[in-house]
Design a binder for this molecule. Sequence first.
Ligand code: NBP
Length: 477
Amino acid sequence: RQAQIGVTGLAVMGRNLARNFARHGHTVAVHNRTAAKTRDLVATFGHEGDFVAAETAEEFVAALERPRRLVVMVKAGAPTDAVIDEFAPLLEPGDMIVDGGNAHYLDTRRREAALRERGLHFVGCGISGGEEGALNGPSIMPGGSPESYQALGPLLESIAARVDGEPCCAHIGPDGAGHFVKMVHNGIEYADMQLIAESYDLLRKVAGYEPAHIAEIFRKWNTGRLDSYLIEITAEVLAHRDADTGRPFVDIVADRAEQKGTGRWTVQTALDLGVPVSGISEAVFARAISGHADLRAASASLPGPQLPELHPDDAARFADSVEQALYASKIVAYAQGWHLMQAGSAEYGWDLDLGTMATIWRGGCIIRARFLNRIREAYHRGGEAPVTLLADATFTEALRDAQVGWRHVVSQATALGVPAPGFSAALAYYDALRSDRLPASLVQGQRDFFGAHTYQRVDREGSFHTLWGDDRTERPA
Ligand code: NBP
């Protein structure tokens, strides 16, 4: 019998994805470099659906109906190239290689171009939701040609998460577009996690609440506009106690955050494209600071203010302000992420539909949230898409309502010596965008002074240079 789809690379992600396809009634060919994993999959989960186990690459390719749909779920980087090199010679024009790993979008662009030359479709496909999502319904972001999506889309949509009957899967755009938006998704995830972590820190240090109490606050927030998977799991983690010591779990975990690199890629890309993603970069740097045990030890005796004891009424009011700061900062972080997707789309000619990402991130992925419905509406209102999400009426209003509490939290954090880089950077971005004049005019003056870099004037067209070292007259440049 012929399989509709094949999965090669059967570690946690590939195995769960293959099971997900099989559970949805598809015949799935399975293959792994080390064949024991293939046999183990079929022995353990064979009853869940129709699997065709292949020991060799040739057997695997022969098991697939044409055009072949071959999903690669191996470690990103060199292993992906090795697998492509192994399979491409066995495939025929019109066949599709789908890379479901966390590839860098520039690698995907390179691979897509090379395989297109050989008549093969290469689909760089972002998959979010971790191993649980891969099994029960991930958010899926396939790039590649529209033609490949016609053949692949229905299969992918059948295994994706669903929200309000809509699959969390859509064709994103050509070549690296799928992996690009997956990268930005992860960058936004970093920012969201950092903002939530800052909220916890302030509630603990300034309001003086214990983790169990803060868990209750997050549970309450999760019934409102902040309703999201990340808020929900935060409450779970904060409520958890360590079995050995009976202490709050957050107090026995070493405070050094790790990272696998997609946040870093997001920031590197944003720097290359000139897009300010300060919410994401502060989140990446906050993890980096936490990991520098040497710097922290050397700085432990630096002076700071004393933390006060707040009256319970003031603490409760402060907690409300933290909710406002969190919501406002989250709007900024998401607006920055969307700006990056807009810039990527322009740079690479992808013609991304910016509302689509809000639609397919509502389920299956880590940043799933009620909030994404509002972003989706902002881009699907008809007429011109907003230049920035901050300028969309829904968000403008929310920011207007939140800004007093937001400023209060940032000023308290500063006055009391509690680091809140995410909140502060988001507020600075907000204030910079709404400023009538920025001190960039002075920076231009400095640049013209030391490097004759020229400047433009507010009152006349053209570029100018002042003869700073001479009589300080102005010349057209
Ligand atoms: P890993 O990233 O741990 O990769 C293990 C798989 O890669 C095994 O099947 C292994 O085969 C295969 N492999 C390696 Br390593 N080198 C190979 C080579 N040269 N040729 C052929 N196969 C090779 O697996 P994972 O955690 O399931 O993740 C798979 C992909 O999905 C990654 O790109 C990851 O970034 C991405 N992803 C992961 C998550 C997650 O939550 N884990 C979420 C979203 C995306 P072997 O069995 O023979 O060693």
